[in-house]
Design a protein around this ligand. Structure first.
Ligand code: PMP
Length: 440
């Protein structure tokens, strides 16, 4: 343990929130991250859901070196060749329907800001519909349309934001005869409320294809189609935030492909940079032409940086060459079968859900009451970490206690076996401890 640096971390760093581990970290490769003591952990969150091709993939290292020989950065008005190559690759191989023009920024939050500015300028409106449990980023506009957490204490959010209750088949707000009916009933009510409150100046509906921070919720396909219609009916744009879902993670090229719904604007970030800060916002030629005519601006220091475009191209190349989209289905299926097996043996596993290699496991005190088992979840995550597995838990009293499990798409069967074994041991030991403390 590097005690002096650990002490310095307490003295000199702002505590920006989130789960901070008790160690400092030094290196990462593939599915493994290492701390200052050289201890290795299986990284089943792919860093911050970014490292889909594994940490420090040689192709990314080469891309950074290539940019080092050519250019990391230019004046923002100088478009680098490699940025055009990336835009072309996205349009030809990844983007759905008529979506083909892209702008490249750095983070998911920034991408959300771009999308909101585009939608407002294109429609002339300002009202935004967002889903309960959503997370679109931390900057002003993005946090205003994010409902999962962290809204309190930061002043006035942007005006004109309305909520659609998230479709949660395990904990529906309004139950229906089926998961689909429940989701559509929620939507219908939300739209009625919105229409009542609207000033008639709608701009966009923004949605994550899989509501990740809100508990890895996968909406029914008909819900996403209904959102498309709701946007069309009101002259609003549909924005898909594909920060986590694009480029293979869910076993499809994009969420748009999986749901068979083409949005008007797509944002992509985490999984495009593979661990380096790259985000893209893409839209149709028709929308972009209109925005250009209206003098659309999103001019930042690092828009169109060649370094990140080299990295993005390398990430997409690895995903294509190694067919990681198919691998997400295969390995996701295997991980899911191992989790389903746990689900059959442990009453506290209430629900297992997700797509491809983006999975959620919801913990409950018992299946009848579905009471979220926060303490058990936190305890088990802690024990997993002590035994070499990092997983993420979302703790929201109203949304349950959900492990988010999202290893790199390059994860091996052996690593999955190792991780699930650690998870089971940690779960059993936590349950034993809780039972012992009740008995005493
Ligand atoms: N959208 C989604 C769906 C996300 O999960 C996140 C990050 N958790 C963001 C946007 C914001 O991205 P960033 O943290 O890179 O700003």
């Amino acid at each position: 343990m590097n005690q002096s640096l650990l002490d310095a971390s307490k003295e000199y760093l702002v505590r920006y929130g989130g789960d901070v581990f008790p160690a400092l970290f030094t290196s990462a490769s593939g599915t493994i991250v290492r701390d200052s003591d050289g201890r290795e952990y299986l990284d089943f969150t792919s860093g911050q859901m970014c490292a889909t091709i594994g940490h420090n993939h040689p192709a990314i290292v080469q891309a950074v070196n290539r940019a080092g020989k050519k250019a990391f950065h230019f004046f923002s008005g100088m478009i680098p060749e490699v940025v055009v190559e990336l835009a072309q690759t996205l349009a030809r191989e990844w983007l759905p329907g008529e979506i083909k023009r892209s702008v490249f920024v750095n983070t998911g939050s920034e991408a959300t800001e771009v999308a909101l500015r585009m939608a407002k300028m294109y429609t002339g409106g300002y009202e935004i519909l967002a889903l309960g449990g959503s997370w679109h980023g931390i900057t002003a506009g993005a946090s205003s349309v994010s409902m999962a957490s962290d809204r309190k204490g930061y002043g006035v959010p942007i005006p004109g934001v309305f909520i659609i209750p998230e479709p949660n088949s395990y904990r529906p707000y309004i139950s229906g005869a089926s998961e689909e009916e429940a989701a559509l009933a929620n939507l219908e009510l939300a739209l009625k409320m919105f229409d009542m409150q609207s000033t008639g100046r709608g701009a966009a509906i923004i949605v994550e294809p899989v509501i990740s921070a809100g508990g890895v919720l996968v909406p029914p396909k008909s819900f996403m189609h209904a959102l498309r219609r709701a946007a069309n009916d009101r002259g609003m744009l549909l924005i898909f935030d594909e920060a986590q879902t694009a480029f293979g993670r869910i076993g499809a090229r994009t969420g748009s492909e999986y749901f068979d719904v083409v949005p008007d604007i797509m944002t992509m970030s985490k999984t495009l940079g593979g661990g380096l800060p790259l985000a893209a916002v893409s839209t149709t030629a028709e929308i972009e032409d209109d925005l250009f005519a209206k003098k659309f601006a999103f001019y930042t220091s690092h828009v169109s940086d060649p370094l990140m475009a080299e990295v993005g191209l390398a990430v997409l190349d690895v995903i294509r060459k190694q067919d990681l989209v198919a691998r997400a289905i295969e390995m996701g299926g295997y991980l899911r079968s191992r989790l389903d097996d746990l689900g059959q043996r442990y009453e506290v596993i209430g629900d297992i859900r997700g797509l491809g290699l983006l999975l959620g496991v919801e913990l409950v005190t018992d299946r009848a009451s579905r009471t979220p088992a926060h303490h058990l979840g936190a305890m088990t995550s802690q024990k997993c970490f002590e035994n070499g597995l990092s997983m993420n838990i979302r703790r929201r009293p109203e949304r349950g206690s959900v492990w988010r499990i999202a290893p790199p798409l390059t994860v091996s069967r052996g690593e999955i076996d190792q991780a699930v074994d650690i998870l089971e041991k940690a779960l059993r030991s936590s349950l034993d401890e809780i039972a012992a403390s009740r008995a005493s």
